[in-house]
Design a protein around this ligand. Structure first.
Ligand code: NAD
Length: 480
C-alpha cells in the first residue's frame, strides 16, 4: 500500500521524495509506505486551502448543500466500514470489534454535522437605535489546520473534519505520522462525495516538519489539535504570532470514584473497561481508581482476578480483548513508569511487564497492570501514562473523594459509581472535568460536547458547540 498526500485535489508525493514505513504494532510488519511530507508540502496545502476559501465557493455554498456532502461522506463511511475498520486494526493493533465501533461512531459524526449544517440561520436582535435593524450571523472561520494523534486515528480526524466542512471552512489535515491509513482512505471518499478541489487537503509527515507550519502560518486562521500536553503548549506558543484561534484536546489523568454502595459487578467491569480499553491508550482512560476504604480489599481482589484474565493478542482474532501498544517507544515509556511507581513505594499488585510466550514476541504487548497503596503525590498518580496501568487510592468521605479526584493538572473526564443518585449528581457537579459519567465509563456520542477543563485543553468538539467552534460571530447593523 502506498500512501500519498492530497493537495488541491491531486494525490501528491513529497517534494523531496522521502518515504516512511508504516508498521503493524502486532508483528512489526511493514503494512504501507507513506510519502514523508516536508514544510514545503504543508505550505502548498495551506495555499490551496487559502485560495479555495478566498476565491472558491465552498464558504458561500448554501449550508444545506454542504450538509448534503457531509452526509454523503457519512454514508460512504458506512458502506466502507469493514474495510476502514480492518485498516484501523492493522495500523493501531486495536481489536477489530473496537475498530468497527469506531467506524459506526465516525459515520454518526458526519451524519450529525450534516443535519446541523443549516440549522443556525442567524438571529435578529432588537436594536436600541430607532429605525435600525440588527442581526447576528455565524460565518466560517477560514483555513483550519487540523492535527490528530495515533490512538483513535480516524475518529479524532472525523471530530474535526465533519464540523469544519459543514460550517464552510477549508482545511489542511495532518494525521499522526505512525497511523495515517484510514485518514488517507477517507480523503478518497471525500473525492467521491464531491468535496471541491482545494477545500480539504491532507499532508503526511512528522509534527516538527509538517505539523508545525500549520500553527506558524499566517494563512491559517484556526488550529485544532488533539495530542499530548507538551505538543499543545508548543502549538499555543507559535499560534500566538498571528493571534490564531486554537482548540486543544490534550491528555487526561481521569479519576474513577467507586463508593461502597455501588453495584459491585458493574463497578468492577467498568473499572476494567475504564483503564484497559484499547490498552489504556485513551485520553479519557480511568487510570486513577479511588475506592471507598471499606470496599477496597474485596474490590481489588476481584479487579486483579478479572484483569489477569484479559486476553491479549492479534486484534483480528475474535478471542482477543486487548491488542498491543502502539510502538516500541511507547511501550518503553510505559515500562519506565513501572520503575517510577515501584521506586515511589506503590505496590505492584499485577502485571508491570511484557507477557511471555511466542505469540507476543513481535508485538508491543504489555500486561494489564495494577498498582495499589498509591498516594496522590506520586508521579504514577499525577502523570498520564497512556498505557494499561491503574493506580488505586482509597477515601473515606465524599469530600475526600472529590478533593483527590480534582487533585491533578488535568480535567478531561471522570466517573462516579454509587447507588445514591443525589451523591452521584453532587460529585458530578463538583468534579472539574469536561465530562463526568455516573455509573458508567467512556460513553460519548456525536450529540454531546467533548473537551477538557484545566490543562486538558480548551475548545469543544462534537455537539452543537462543536460546529460553533468552526464559526466566527458577526453583528450586522443597518441604519435606515
Ligand atoms: P503527540 O502530541 O505526540 O502528537 C499528536 C500529533 O501532533 C501528531 O500528529 C504529531 O505528529 C503532531 N505534532 C507533534 N509535534 C508537533 C508540532 N511541534 N507542531 C504540530 N504538530 C505536532 O500525541 P500522540 O502521542 O500522538 O497522542 C497521544 C496524546 O493525545 C495523549 O496525551 C492523549 O491524551 C492525547 N489525546 C487527547 C484526546 C482528547 O480528546 N483530549 C484524544 C486522543 C488523544
Amino acid at each position: 500500500m502506498e500512501l500519498k498526500m492530497y493537495i488541491n485535489g491531486e494525490w501528491t508525493e513529497s517534494v523531496h521524495g522521502a518515504t516512511r514505513d508504516i508498521i503493524n504494532p502486532f508483528n512489526q510488519e511493514v503494512i504501507a509506505t507513506a510519502t514523508e511530507g516536508t514544510r514545503e508540502d504543508t505550505e502548498k496545502a495551506i495555499r490551496a486551502a487559502r485560495v479555495a476559501f478566498d476565491k472558491g465557493s465552498w464558504s458561500t455554498t448554501p449550508a444545506s448543500d454542504r450538509g448534503k456532502i457531509v452526509g454523503h461522506i457519512g454514508r460512504l463511511i458506512r458502506e466502507n466500514a469493514l474495510e476502514l475498520a480492518r485498516l484501523e486494526t492493522l495500523d493501531t493493533g486495536k481489536t477489530l470489534e473496537e475498530s468497527k465501533g469506531d467506524m459506526e461512531d465516525i459515520a454518526n459524526v458526519f451524519e450529525f454535522f450534516s443535519g446541523l449544517a443549516d440549522k443556525d440561520g442567524g438571529e435578529v436582535i432588537e436594536s436600541p437605535i430607532p429605525d435600525s435593524t440588527s442581526k447576528v450571523v455565524r460565518e466560517p472561520i477560514g483555513v483550519c489546520g487540523q492535527i490528530t494523534p495515533w490512538n483513535y486515528p480516524l475518529l479524532q480526524a472525523a471530530w474535526k473534519l465533519a464540523p469544519a466542512l459543514a460550517a464552510g471552512n477549508t482545511l489542511v489535515m495532518k494525521p499522526s505520522e505512525i497511523t495515517p491509513l484510514t485518514t488517507v482512505r477517507v480523503f478518497e471518499l471525500f473525492e467521491e462525495a464531491g468535496v471541491p478541489k482545494g477545500v480539504a487537503n491532507l499532508v503526511l509527515g512528522t509534527g516538527q516538519e509538517v505539523g508545525a507550519p500549520l500553527s506558524e502560518s499566517h494563512d491559517v486562521d484556526l488550529v485544532s489539535f488533539t495530542g499530548g500536553i507538551e505538543t499543545g503548549k508548543t502549538i499555543m506558543k507559535s499560534a500566538s504570532d498571528n493571534v490564531k484561534k486554537i482548540a486543544l484536546e490534550l491528555g487526561g489523568k481521569n479519576p474513577n470514584i467507586v463508593f461502597a454502595d455501588a453495584d459491585f459487578d458493574t463497578a468492577v467491569d467498568q473499572a476494567l473497561n475504564a483503564a484497559f480499553f484499547h490498552g489504556g491508550q485513551v485520553c479519557s482512560a480511568g487510570s486513577r481508581l479511588l475506592i471507598e476504604e471499606s470496599l477496597h480489599d474485596q474490590f481489588v481482589e476481584e479487579l486483579i482476578k478479572r484483569a489477569s484474565n484479559i486476553t491479549l493478542g492479534n486484534g483480528f482474532d475474535e478471542a482477543t480483548e486487548s491488542g498491543p501498544l502502539i510502538s516500541k517507544e511507547h511501550r518503553e515509556k510505559v515500562e519506565a513508569y513501572i520503575e517510577v511507581g515501584v521506586n515511589e513505594g506503590a505496590t505492584l499488585a499485577l502485571g508491570g511487564k511484557r507477557p511471555e510466550g511466542e505469540a507476543f514476541q513481535n508485538g508491543f504487548f504489555f500486561e494489564p497492570t495494577i498498582f495499589t497503596n498509591c498516594t496522590s503525590e506520586m508521579r504514577i498518580v499525577q502523570e498520564e501514562i497512556f498505557g494499561p496501568v491503574i493506580t488505586v487510592e482509597t477515601f473515606t468521605t465524599t469530600e475526600e473523594a472529590i478533593e483527590k479526584a480534582n487533585d491533578t493538572i488535568y480535567g478531561l473526564a471522570g466517573a462516579v459509581f454509587t447507588n445514591d443518585i443525589d451523591r452521584g449528581e453532587e460529585v458530578a457537579e463538583r468534579l472539574r472535568m469536561g465530562t463526568v459519567w455516573i455509573n458508567d465509563f467512556h460513553p460519548y456520542f456525536a450529540q454531546a460536547p467533548w473537551g477538557g477543563y484545566k490543562q486538558s485543553g480548551f475548545g469543544r468538539e462534537l455537539g452543537k458547540v462543536g460546529l460553533e467552534e468552526y464559526t466566527e460571530v458577526k453583528h450586522i447593523f443597518r441604519n435606515k
